[in-house]
Structure formats: structure tokens, C-alpha cells
Write a new protein. Structure first.
Length: 134
């Protein structure tokens, strides 16, 4: 299974249009908004912005450079990023898992973000389409 845990920020730039950045009128950011913003940062090649909300473990495990390399490798396997679908949430205890379908040039994929109840990112994955939530 193609799947990559990412615990930092950044990624390769893409020639495709980035996903829209959600806007919020409330002070709290929802897990869906966080997932879309993080994905946008990755697609735009902004590793520092993508890791702003990482928890301590994620920051320790994955550097912005490593995230960049992983995104590049993912695009080499599935093709360049084209677009994304609507996020879908699954609760796992105190974690909300957000899945965002990705349309890559050669095959569909999936972006997955695990978010603590306090809004910090606990996990980030690039997967093949249909990967089940554990």
C-alpha cells in the first residue's frame, strides 16, 4: 500500500491550481478547514506553513525537507496534483481523521490528516484512493 506518514511541513510545487483555502468567520478552525489549509500549503510548496499546527511528536519526527521529499515522491508515483474533493471526517476517540480525495494526473489518491481535539495535527498521510481508516 502506498502510504506515507508525514510529520512536518512543506512540499513540492505543482503546476496545477491549489485547493481553495477555506475561510472561517469563527475563531475556532474545524478539522476540515485545517486539512484543506494544510493541503493547500503543501501544494503551494510552503513547508513552514504546513507544519504550524503539528503536535510535538510530528515536529520531532518529520522535518519540512522530509515532507517536501515525500510529496515529491507521491507525485512521482501518482502524477502531479490536479484537484481535490470534499473532506470527510471519521472520529477515533479524541482524534478526528479527515480524508480528502485527491485527483492526481495518473491515479486518484487520498490526503489524510489526524487532528487532536485541541486542533494540533497528530498525523499526515498521502495514500492511494480507498485506504481504510484504522
Amino acid at each position: 500500500m502506498l502510504g506515507v506518514l508525514i510529520a512536518a511541513a512543506g512540499c513540492a510545487t505543482s503546476t496545477a491550481s491549489p485547493p481553495p483555502t477555506p475561510t472561517s468567520t469563527t475563531a475556532a478552525v474545524t478539522p476540515d478547514q485545517l486539512a484543506l489549509t494544510t493541503l493547500n500549503d503543501i501544494v503551494q510548496g510552503d513547508p513552514a506553513a504546513a507544519t504550524v499546527n503539528f503536535d510535538q511528536t510530528m515536529r520531532r519526527l518529520l522535518s519540512p525537507d522530509a515532507l517536501q521529499r515525500t510529496w515529491t515522491a507521491y507525485q512521482e508515483q501518482l502524477g502531479p496534483y490536479q484537484s481535490q474533493g470534499d473532506p470527510q471526517d471519521v472520529r477515533r476517540g479524541k482524534i478526528t481523521v479527515v480524508n480528502v480525495p485527491l485527483q492526481m494526473q495518473n491515479a486518484p489518491g487520498q490526503f489524510r490528516l489526524s487532528v487532536h481535539s485541541d486542533g494540533q495535527i497528530a498525523g499526515l498521510y498521502f495514500l492511494k484512493e480507498g485506504a481504510p481508516v484504522p
